[in-house]
Design a protein around this ligand. Structure first.
Ligand code: 5AD
Ligand code: SF4
Length: 443
């Protein structure tokens, strides 16, 4: 009987992509996906370090994994426990000190070494491996071919970040910027389309700073790549995330006018509406330059809607600074957004800034901001009632005969639809809306 794997993914879309690639590697080695952790011979935690308590969550999950491992041991079954992702990069050897039963730990840039490490562990040649290299080679050159899991796929084109926002761990965990060559991206996109993908979301920590080489060694920008992607037969939807406001150039703005399959929805994190705070965050945009970019994007495509990330309670944030954030939200009218309380990340400049904001104020500000953001999201969703959208079905609903899909604006839509519509695009009339989702009828 084949061995089984279980992967738990925390955090961002890049981690979802990495977990998918690790799953593909394991399947190439003969592993099958386990339905439950207790059935798995290999348990892998792909971790996130972006905000608070990520490491604590990992150690409590690891504690539970040890209990399951011991229970399996009593039945004569072995379990390998591994950890991957950004917490590994940040905690390094500490992981094994706190959880000595972990068999291996791989950073986000070394997970292509998974098959080799598993072989060593199984042959008892090695154990307790921690690999947090920033290797000279690119992991992408060593990963087996990617395959689609459904109608919608992520494709990593860029990794790492050189921006060093003062609150952020990414430059330390994912390293400096790296862009994959144009041809590699196109090849992977073709394979995803051949195996059933209709929508591709190009991923990068700072995706619009993409500068991959083409076959002649010439550096190409994201706009070039988007145009190349738009030429691919069978691709119906294109997205890219996450963008850095100061790197949105005119070529990219033009794509939102020219490329039909580029979805009219852009995630462009602003973080704060106060120039003083943006400066302390080391962001290279001001509220004015941000608003200008959004205006240009909306001029390029009048249907375009925005989403964003916000941090409240960054060190030194006053009531006036926070008011500026609320005011910006009113101006841009985001249709979706993620908002977080500032959390100290060890080793980042903001963690040692003096004027930290109290937990109480952070919570109050987050409540106020989220109330506003949810009201805008609800307003947009209500406006969609009666309209018709192309919806790409991505998962089964809770009820029999129900599927859940996404509109071009990333809203979830529930609809009665046959199972064979999974992974396909359908026209739906929206009949109902709540803050978090829509209901539609296939037409
Ligand atoms: N505290 C709170 N939020 C953070 N983010 C990144 N670092 C921190 C931090 N230290 C948020 C930002 C970013 C999103 C992915 O996570 O808003 O855009
Ligand atoms: Fe972190 Fe800033 Fe880079 Fe985004 S742009 S990954 S927030 S350092």
């Amino acid at each position: 009987m084949s061995e089984k794997y279980f992967i738990k993914t925390y955090g961002c879309q890049m981690n979802v992509y990495d977990s998918h690639r690790m799953a593909m590697m394991l399947e190439d080695m003969g592993y099958q996906k386990a339905e439950a952790q207790a059935d798995a011979d290999l348990v892998l935690f792909n971790t996130c370090h972006i905000r608070e308590k990520a490491a604590e969550k990992l150690f409590s999950d690891l504690g539970r994994a040890l209990i399951i491992k011991n229970e399996r041991e009593e039945k004569g079954l072995k379990t390998i426990i591994g950890v991957a992702g950004c917490v590994v990069q940040a905690e390094d050897e500490q992981i094994l000190k706190r959880a000595p039963y972990v068999d291996f730990a791989l950073g986000p840039l070394t997970y292509h070494r998974l098959p080799e490490i598993l072989k060593q562990i199984k042959n008892k040649k090695n154990t307790g491996v921690v690999d947090t290299d920033f290797p000279a080679e690119s992991k992408f050159d060593f990963l087996p071919e990617n395959k689609a899991e459904g109608g919608c796929s992520f494709l990593a084109i860029q990794e790492g970040c050189n921006n060093f926002c003062t609150y952020c761990v990414v430059p330390y965990t994912r390293g400096v910027e790296y862009s994959r060559p144009v041809e590699d991206v196109i090849d992977e996109a073709k394979r995803l389309i051949e195996t059933g993908t209709l929508e591709i979301n190009l991923l990068g920590q700072n995706v619009n700073s993409y500068h991959g080489e083409d076959k002649n060694g010439k550096e190409r920008n994201l706009a070039y790549l988007l145009n190349k992607m738009a030429e691919l037969d069978g691709l119906k939807r294109l997205r890219y995330t996450t963008s850095y406001p100061a790197d949105v150039d005119d070529d990219l703005i033009k794509c939102h006018h020219d490329i039909q399959i580029l979805m009219p929805y852009l995630h462009l994190p602003v973080q704060s509406g106060s120039n003083r705070i943006l400066k302390a965050m080391n962001r290279r945009h001001t509220r004015e330059t941000y608003i200008e970019v959004v205006q240009k994007l909306k001029q390029a495509n009048r249907m375009l809607e925005m989403s964003s990330d916000f941090i409240v309670g960054f060190p030194g944030e006053t009531d006036e600074d926070f008011e500026q954030t609320l005011d910006l939200v009113d101006q841009i009218k985001y249709i979706q957004a993620f908002s977080f309380k500032y959390s100290k990340r060890p080793g980042t400049p903001a963690a040692v800034m003096e004027n930290q904001v109290s937990e109480k104020i952070k919570k109050e500000r987050l409540d106020v901001l989220q109330t506003k953001l949810f009201a805008l999201q609800d307003e947009f969703n209500q406006k969609c009632v009666g309209k018709t959208f192309d919806v790409l079905f991505e998962q089964k609903g809770r009820h029999k005969g129900q599927l859940i899909g996404r509109t071009p604006y990333m809203q979830n839509v529930h609809a009665a639809a046959k199972d064979e519509m999974m992974g396909k695009i359908c026209k739906l009339k929206i009949t109902d809306a709540t803050t978090n989702s829509l209901t539609g009828k296939v037409i």
